[in-house]
Design a protein around this ligand. Structure first.
Ligand code: ZN
Length: 396
């Protein structure tokens, strides 16, 4: 919701008027200097929208405000040209409404355009979220990153490295939505006040590392796509891509990282296909390059990559992980019921590379059980398990 500064207004006043943390209004208006607000400047108020209300006989502005638990001045602020003593029956005014509902609906076939639409909607309601593109996919889709929080501790979560594990995207974005809702309305999640987390951490979210692969699994391959004949051939002639994990060039993005890549390569397919082909060299694919570049640029303290399935959390690589990884995974396990597993016979993954090159905690979290793609009927259960890990990743 936008308001326009009047003489005498301040950001502090707005934070009192709408009962929103001062810091969130500041972070929603990064182009504004709060010390010198000019009259007429637009200020974004997070967590609020306006609805239209039609005046009926007997209405007063005071009654409209008090019936909605709003200060009268909140109504005056969003209706700057209104004359409060001359309300007309049938006249439409704007009424601010606090957003208390989720914007993200995770229980749907969550393809790339659904994600982009949800990110736009989240940014409109929560302008303190910062969105940017970390690069483009093979077929030129922008790969978005969203930042939330203003703290020193830099944390990174990503999802949908693997195409048929796309349910991880709406699970992660539902958390982003719940977190934004919680900090704005100061409503705890599982008894935990989240505003301190916002002040202590900067959370980077890349909700769909592999957008071309996700759309291939969910929507199939369009007739006009230049990749059509190749992906069908690589898929053994089938146009059912539900077993597809790779990007659209048939490269498994989580076998692409320079962490014992040769060992992984030696035992894996040597040509493009639905899964496990690591490419002709490490970091040959635009999606893995984008996430690697982001990781180098941001200097993350810890990373969590969300996959399906197995209800396990992998937390080691080649004994290079730092001691704190074990204590962290113990907390992740406690809050989710998932089993910690230090190492498996697997290399060249994103978290392997992060542990190897930074010697900081990196985790691969395998959500849910069953056969990928996991059905949406598991969404609520998976979200409940993942939620504990999402929170713990910020507070431990
Ligand atoms: Zn996976």
């Amino acid at each position: 919701m936008d308001v326009y500064v009047r003489s005498g207004d301040s950001v502090w006043y707005y934070s009192q008027l709408f009962k929103i943390p001062f810091k969130l209004i500041i972070d929603s208006n990064r182009d504004i200097n709060p010390q010198i607000l000019s009259v007429g400047v637009r200020i974004r108020i997070p967590g609020h929208v306006t609805i239209d209300y039609k005046i009926v006989s007997g209405d007063s502005l005071w009654a409209i405000a008090s019936s909605r638990n709003l200060p009268l001045d909140a109504l005056l602020l969003v209706n700057p040209t209104l004359n409060p003593t001359r309300l007309q029956i049938g006249q439409t005014i704007k009424v601010p409404v606090r957003v208390t509902w989720r914007i993200v609906n995770g229980k749907q076939n969550y393809d790339y355009s659904t994600m982009i639409n949800n990110i736009r909607q989240l940014q409109t309601v929560y302008p303190f979220l910062q969105e940017s593109s970390i690069g483009t996919s093979v077929v030129n889709r922008q790969i978005p990153e969203i930042l939330i929080g203003s703290g020193e501790k830099r944390v990174h979560y990503n999802a949908s490295f693997h195409a048929n594990e796309w349910i991880t995207t709406p699970v992660l974005l539902t958390f982003l939505n719940d977190y934004a809702l919680s900090v704005t309305n100061q409503t705890p999640i599982r008894g935990l006040g989240t505003f301190p987390l916002y002040l202590q951490t900067s959370l980077s979210i890349v909700p769909m590392v592999n957008p071309d692969g996700v759309d291939l699994v969910l929507n199939g391959i369009p007739e006009e796509s230049p990749w059509r004949s190749r992906v069908i051939e690589w898929n053994d002639g089938s146009s059912d891509f539900s077993g597809w994990k790779a990007n659209i060039r048939g490269v498994d993005l989580n076998d692409q990282f320079p962490a014992k890549w040769d060992l992984e390569r030696a035992r894996n397919p040597k040509s493009p296909g639905p899964r496990d082909y690591g490419g002709e060299s490490p970091l040959s694919e635009p999606e893995s390059i984008a996430i690697a570049d982001l990781t180098k640029r941001r200097d993350f303290a810890r990373v969590l990559a969300f996959h399906t399935q197995g209800k396990v959390i992998y937390w080691g690589f080649d004994n290079l992980e730092p001691p704190e990884s074990e204590a962290m995974v113990a907390e992740f396990s406690r809050v989710s019921g998932y089993e910690p597993v230090q190492t498996i016979d697997s290399y060249a993954g994103y978290k392997d590379w992060f542990i190897q090159d930074w010697r900081r905690p990196g985790f691969t979290v395998e959500l849910g059980t069953g056969t990928n793609p996991l059905p949406l009927s598991q969404f609520d259960e998976i979200y409940e398990e993942a939620l504990g890990i999402f929170l713990a990743g910020l507070y431990v």
